[in-house]
Design a protein around this ligand. Structure first.
Ligand SMILES: C[S@@+](CC[C@H](N)C(=O)[O-])C[C@H]1O[C@@H](n2cnc3c(N)ncnc32)[C@H](O)[C@@H]1O
Length: 244
């Protein structure tokens, strides 16, 4: 695996995720109240119909999305992620699923992908933009490696737009999530549970949903669409690399 160079924010993400892989797959489902799997499926719905030959999954982590892409298409899938421990767990998941011929995982940064322009027929990225210094520049880098016309889809957390649901979301992320994290996963998951809510709020203070849609267009994507999931807790976005 090539070495990923790391800025402060990269280092923070690596530290946050390095101790999580063992329980990540199970706890990501439990703590999202079963929504993570539904959101992933909704994202992959925007990639699978175009039957891409080669897909890049960015922030691939333990390869949950990469596995779903490989299961629902006949594509070759490359997963890239910053955190080696997440990738190591991903490698085990891929081997257990008998998908080692179809999925390869490499270490790398979304901000500086180790691939030539227009390498991929399609691209996915999940829960990434809150971990990069410059989301606009990162979107440009993602666009760079996709062939013109190639499908792109993403999944991120969102702030519920309605005040009523935002209040319950706030209680859930500030109280239930850290507590649930502690009970199910110990100190590391308490830390993640405590970090997540304020981090999502902070991200959307500076990068609103309309900012994000515009950033996709500026980065070189067209036909950009959004679907707000689970009362506003999740966001699936999709588009296609513009044919210049
Ligand atoms: C919440 S996990 C999501 C993993 C996987 N996509 C999923 O849905 O289960 C976020 C992942 O983003 C990775 N990550 C954070 N910053 C990154 C960056 N700048 N480049 C590549 N990966 C990054 C982390 O290492 C972590 O594995």
């Amino acid at each position: 695996m090539p070495r990923a160079t790391a800025g402060d924010r990269n280092r923070f993400a690596q530290q946050l995720f390095s101790s999580l892989p063992k329980r990540y797959d199970r706890l990501a489902e439990i703590l999202s109240m079963g929504q993570n799997g539904r959101w992933r499926r909704a994202m992959v719905d925007h990639i699978a119909p175009s039957s891409p030959a080669l897909i890049l999954d960015v922030a691939s982590g333990t390869a949950g999305v990469a596995l779903q892409l490989a299961t629902r298409t006949s594509s070759q899938v490359v997963g890239v992620d910053l955190t080696r421990n997440m990738l190591a767990r991903g490698q085990e998941n891929v081997a257990e699923a008998g998908m080692s011929e179809r999925i390869s995982l490499v270490a790398g940064r979304a901000e500086q992908l180790p691939f030539a322009d227009g390498t991929f027929d399609a691209l996915t990225f999940t829960y990434l933009l809150r971990y990069v210094d410059d989301p606009q520049a990162t979107l440009g880098e993602l666009a760079r490696v996709v062939k013109p016309g190639g499908a792109v889809a993403s999944l991120e957390f969102l702030l519920p737009p309605s005040h009523f649901w935002r209040f319950w979301w706030w209680l859930y992320t500030r109280i239930a999530l850290p507590l649930g994290g502690w009970i199910t996963g110990g100190r590391e998951w308490f830390r993640v549970g405590r970090f997540l809510g304020p981090n999502i709020s902070q991200h959307y203070r500076t990068h609103s949903l309309s900012w994000t849609e515009e950033a996709w267009r500026k980065a070189g994507f067209e036909n950009v669409g959004i679907r707000v999931m689970s009362l506003g807790g999740g966001l699936v976005m999709w588009g296609a690399r513009r044919r210049d």
